[in-house]
Design a protein around this ligand. Sequence first.
Ligand code: NI
Length: 251
Amino acid sequence: MLIHLSSWPEIDARLKEARTVVVPIGSNEQHGPTGLLGTDWMCPEIIAHAAHRADDSLIVAPTFNIGMAQHHLAFAGTISLRPSTFMAAITDWISSLSRHGFERIYFLNGHGGNCATIDATFAEIHAEWSFVEEQPPFVLKMSNWWDLPGIHSLCSSIFPVGHGMHATPSEIAVTQAAYPDHIKTADYSPKIAPVGPIRDALDYRARFPDGRIGSDPAQASPEKGQKIIDASVKALLEDVAAFSAEVRPGV
Ligand code: NI
């Protein structure tokens, strides 16, 4: 069930049997000269929606498509929230879903730059409940799609060299499989991009002039992307089932 294609009575009825929701979360930011700006929100959305097609009992929230991408702001098309704004927005999403009765909220993340802020948001929320000696009415989880069981090793076996950290061939391949009409090419120079620390936007642009970090996205193909999507769907469904079945001590 996709929340944005459902009516409120449908969600209301579904909540009588299911209390878990998956929220794809990512970022709209540059992904090198050929990667789509939406790559980091599209990948978790592509995987979550494919998982929903495989098992329509899975409830998927609208995609949270703007994240913490300040370091990419020197590239056109990037849109970023500062960490404090992002934390406030995630908190309100969680409060809204919890208010309706969702008890297990699973964020499927597609942007490494979001991790610290999502973790800090969870810690802030948990602190509120800890200070009043109460247990929250929900359990929160974040998983990066590439950290789903088996996916990291699959991506390393498909791309043993030049996977890198940003505008990776695996994420580009996933978007190519889902949006084959939007595949772009370029002569990458150097073939494998440099690596280094991530700081502010101007420092990033100076270190990584075309936007990539350590990657060679020319290796991506829709076929490879489909393989990654299929494996990720299976892994996500298993991970969500385990999360839903997790026993909460003291509740
Ligand atoms: Ni990315």
